[in-house]
Design a protein around this ligand. Structure first.
Ligand code: AOF
Ligand code: ZN
Length: 367
């Protein structure tokens, strides 16, 4: 029999619990793709937290199942707070709507509706079972926490964050090409966190030649390594012995269809050429097909310009160091913009001090 709805948990208890669920969800960033990050908190009939959980990896239990397991019998008559509408389908795991009903949950509060057509319908299933269902609590926060997955589901390509570190006057290298270190140790550590939260890290041949980057995550316990991607159109920048070819993380070298490469032991992806280098949409399609939902574009200015010109950047994260250079390489090269009316205008979503630097996050409006 359906359990009688209970409104025992007070509004501020619900809000606090949802805020905690959003924080729990974030712990899955970088390891759940192609799935979303989801957090869940269970309150008993008095509003006390009796269980919590988050989705840790695709194929593993959903957040609700972890939280229900933690709560056990205490879930009966209680409230479940979930950052995403509980699923209604049997995919790699059973439907969470059924699991919540079976556990005797009286009330479900979720933040964001599930846009995934195969999983949607959980709210209705719960209502049909006599459960009190409310949507939209802390929706903006939960949406922001899942922005990569939500955007990728909508657009059918990975969510792309272009990250750069520059002087206050927007230079990423001095006139003679030297660049170590413009941003602080704190900012560089923060970039490792960004990498850990991303499914793939992308650089171009210029960065490959200039820096021989490693691109793996260091210093974060339990981090899932991102796929390291080099766009090496002419198959000339990645040479045997490059640091990126070690086994610290998987690596993919994207080259032109007609390029010849002698690289062994590397995963090579052949893509059509475009006006500038490789076809970026084709690259993003190929990454999406491999389960990549979030891409961290790490450089350099030419590649970033091509991504911006292709409309393939969703978000920009700039680390600005209180340093002046004057002459030197600009963070962004030609992006196909030549007049002020064509300038891309972004919305700043966050500003944070990172050590001596300033980190600015800005989003491009979806087209
Ligand atoms: C998750 N974790 O905690 C919740 C999800 O691949 P499956 O079969 O595990 O199903 C994934 C879909 O389930 C996902 O796209 C989303 O729509 C829904 N909810 N998914 O991975 C979770 N609650
Ligand atoms: Zn589920």
């Amino acid at each position: 029999d359906p359990v009688a709805p209970t409104a025992a948990a007070a509004p501020d208890q619900l809000r606090d619990a949802m805020r905690h669920a959003v924080a729990l969800a974030a712990r899955g960033l970088g390891s759940t793709s192609p799935n979303p990050v989801v957090g869940c908190v269970i309150l008993d009939a008095h509003g006390t937290v009796v269980g919590e959980g988050f989705h840790e990896r695709a194929g593993g239990p959903h957040a609700e199942v972890h939280a229900l397991n933690a709560a056990g019998d205490k879930a009966r008559g209680g409230t479940a707070l979930v950052t995403l509408e509980p699923c209604n389908h049997t995919g790699r795991t059973g439907p969470c709507a059924r699991a919540l009903i079976k556990a005797g949950i009286a009330r479900v509060v979720y933040a964001v509706s599930d846009p995934n057509p195969t999983a949607t319908g959980g709210a209705q299933t719960l209502r049909n079972a006599g459960i009190d269902v409310e949507a939209g609590l802390l929706e903006d926060e939960a949406r922001a926490g899942n922005i990569a997955w939500l955007t990728a589901v909508k657009t059918g390509r990975p969510y792309v964050t272009w990250k750069y570190a520059a002087t206050l006057d927007g230079r990423i290298a001095a006139a003679d090409g030297t660049s170590r270190w413009i941003s602080s140790a704190e900012s560089r550590a923060d970039v490792h966190r960004l990498r850990a939260e991303s499914d793939a890290v992308v650089v171009g041949s210029g960065t490959m030649r200039a820096d021989d980057p490693h691109l793996a995550v260091r210093g974060i316990d339990g981090a899932v390594q991102p796929l390291r991607v080099v766009i090496d159109t002419e198959a000339a920048a990645v040479r045997p012995g490059a640091r990126i070819l070690d086994d610290a993380a998987p690596t993919l070298i994207a080259v032109a269809e007609d390029a010849t490469t002698d690289l062994r032991h590397a995963d090579v992806l052949r893509l059509p050429r475009a006006a500038r280098g490789l076809d970026i949409q084709a690259l993003l399609d190929a990454l999406y097909a491999r389960g990549v939902r979030s891409v961290l574009l790490e450089g350099g200015p030419t590649l970033a310009g091509a991504f911006v010109a292709a409309g393939a950047v969703d978000r920009v994260i700039g680390y600005l160091a209180p340093v002046l250079l004057g002459a030197g390489q600009a963070a962004l090269a030609d992006a196909g913009i030549s007049t002020i009316t064509d300038a891309l205008r972004l919305d700043v979503t966050e500003t944070v001090r990172i050590g001596p630097d300033l980190r600015i996050t800005a989003a491009l409006s979806p087209k």
